[in-house]
Design a protein around this ligand. Structure first.
Ligand SMILES: [Zn+2]
Length: 272
């Protein structure tokens, strides 16, 4: 049997938007105008572009985002951004195996944050296909919430940031301090906090592959991504060692997509 996470982009969810070409076209044009997307396309370095963007300093916190009372632990899904800070795994960690799950539970225990489950979750549909997948996803997030002593909230379509998958990038976050989801100048993005939470390299790679597959597949911008307009994996690392390790993991995870995906990154600034 194949690994379920690798099939994520093949999953049909209850709400499919890939027929809404006009929505995708408009979102594609809009995100083409994003400063970061334009600059990357022109071959500029991600760290130079970020430093020149308004909101750069504010996007980095001094303390761990886990210590923000209004931080949310949510799905990596870029449509779901409902708190003042976001930490994320696909399906709120629904697809983790035992050892990584323990690491996640220890990290979230007693943090006084909100954990959300959301409607039309691809990860939940993969783990529990059929009409009850949303309920399965909600229950998974509720169990995690109960086990870690946090607060649970269910997120429906009406609260989504976007009704379509308009992600142009995946942020592979290694610091727990980069609040990219709430940085409005930053392009729409999937967020994986797997590295920041200390999860295994194997899981990080699987998550990168699965989320990139959504962006490049029928549920995302799909074939609009090509060598000229690639999907970007942007590593935010705490130091140069982590940066090169995560870039290597990212490149390995998306090699089957060829030049439709580019992997790069930067070392996060020290905040005094
Ligand atoms: Zn989800």
């Amino acid at each position: 049997m194949s690994n379920p996470i690798e099939n994520m982009n093949n999953m049909a969810t209850k709400h499919e938007y890939h027929g809404h070409e006009e929505l995708f076209n408009a979102a594609w044009e809009k995100t083409n105008e994003n400063y970061l997307i334009k600059g990357l396309k022109a071959g500029r370095k991600v760290e130079d572009l970020l430093a020149a963007m308004p909101g750069f300093k504010e996007a980095f916190s001094q303390k761990s985002l886990l210590d923000y009372p209004r931080c949310r632990f949510e799905c990596s899904d870029g449509r779901v951004v409902t708190g003042e800070a976001k930490i994320a795994l696909a399906g709120e960690g629904l697809l983790l195996e035992k050892e990584d799950r323990k690491i996640l539970e220890d990290a979230l225990a007693g943090k006084n944050i909100t954990i959300s489950g959301h409607e039309s979750c691809g990860a939940a549909a993969m783990a529990y296909p059929g009409p009850d997948s949303d309920r399965y996803g909600y229950e998974g997030a509720e169990k995690l919430t109960a086990k870690t002593g946090n607060t649970y909230k269910e997120i429906h379509h009406s609260e989504f940031r976007s009704q379509i998958h308009d992600e142009r990038a995946l942020v592979l976050e290694g610091t727990l301090k980069f609040n990219c989801a709430n940085w409005t100048e930053f392009p729409p993005q999937f967020l994986s906090s797997a590295a920041a939470l200390g999860l295994s390299d194997a899981y990080i790679g699987k998550e990168v592959r699965a989320l990139s597959g959504i962006a490049l597949g029928d549920h995302g911008f799909g074939n609009r991504f090509n060598s000229e307009h690639p999907f970007y994996i942007i590593v935010c690392a705490k130091d140069s060692e982590q940066l090169s390790r995560l870039i290597t993991i990212g490149q390995e995870a998306v090699k089957d997509f060829g030049d439709r995906v580019k992997v790069g990154g930067f070392v996060a600034p020290e905040k005094k």
